[in-house]
Ligand binder design. Structure first.
Ligand code: FES
Length: 166
C-alpha cells in the first residue's frame, strides 16, 4: 500500500530541508523538552537569556517530523531578540500562520514546539525563584497538549510492552 504524501507548503519544506538554529546550545540559560522519545515526537529548546530577560539566542533539537522541524525552526527565529513576556504570547496558531499553514493532521507538531517554548520560559522563572505577574499559574493550551500527548505515549508504550509479554 502506498502512502499519500502530505500536502506541505513550500515554506514548510524549505524550513525542513534547511532549518535555522538547529542543534544543541552549550551555554544555554535554560532548556526544555516536549514530547516523548518513545514515539519519536520529541523536541528540545535551548534559550540564552540575558539580564533584561531578552532571548539572545535560541536553538532546538527535534526528533519529530517535517512539520515539527519547520515550526521549531520558525519559533527560534520569532523569539530571537524578544522579551520573555512577548515570547510567551506566541501561540501555536501564530506559528502555523508563520509557516504558511499546516495540514490539520500536523497541527500538534506546532503545538509541541510552542509547548516546549512555554516550558522553557516557565523553567527559567522557576530556577530564578520568581513569578512575574504576566505568567499564568495554570498551564497554557500548548503545555497542556504536550502533557496530554506525553501521557498518551506512556500508556501506549505500556500497552505495547504488556502485549509483547503475552
Ligand atoms: S511531531 Fe508528531 S507527527 Fe509531527
Amino acid at each position: 500500500m502506498s502512502r499519500m504524501p502530505l500536502p506541505y507548503n513550500p515554506k514548510v519544506l524549505e524550513l525542513f530541508r534547511n532549518p535555522k538554529n538547529l542543534g544543541k546550545m552549550e551555554d544555554a540559560t535554560v532548556t526544555a523538552v516536549a514530547g516523548n522519545p518513545a514515539c519519536g515526537d520529541m523536541i528540545t529548546f535551548y534559550l540564552k537569556i540575558n539580564e533584561q530577560e531578552v532571548i539572545e539566542k535560541a536553538s532546538f533539537e527535534s526528533y519529530g517530523c517535517a512539520a515539527n522541524i519547520a515550526t521549531s525552526s520558525i519559533v527560534t527565529e520569532m523569539i530571537k531578540g524578544v522579551k520573555l513576556e512577548d515570547a510567551w504570547k506566541i501561540s501555536w496558531k501564530s506559528v502555523r500562520e508563520a509557516v504558511g499553514g499546516l495540514p490539520s493532521i500536523k497541527f500538534h507538531c506546532g503545538v509541541l514546539a510552542v509547548g516546549a517554548l512555554h516550558r522553557a520560559i516557565r523553567k527559567y522563572y522557576k530556577n530564578k525563584g520568581v513569578s512575574p505577574s504576566w505568567l499564568p499559574e495554570g498551564l497554557s493550551f500548548e503545555e497542556k497538549q504536550a502533557l496530554e500527548e506525553e501521557e498518551l505515549a506512556k500508556i501506549l508504550e505500556k500497552r505495547l510492552k504488556t502485549a509483547e509479554g503475552k
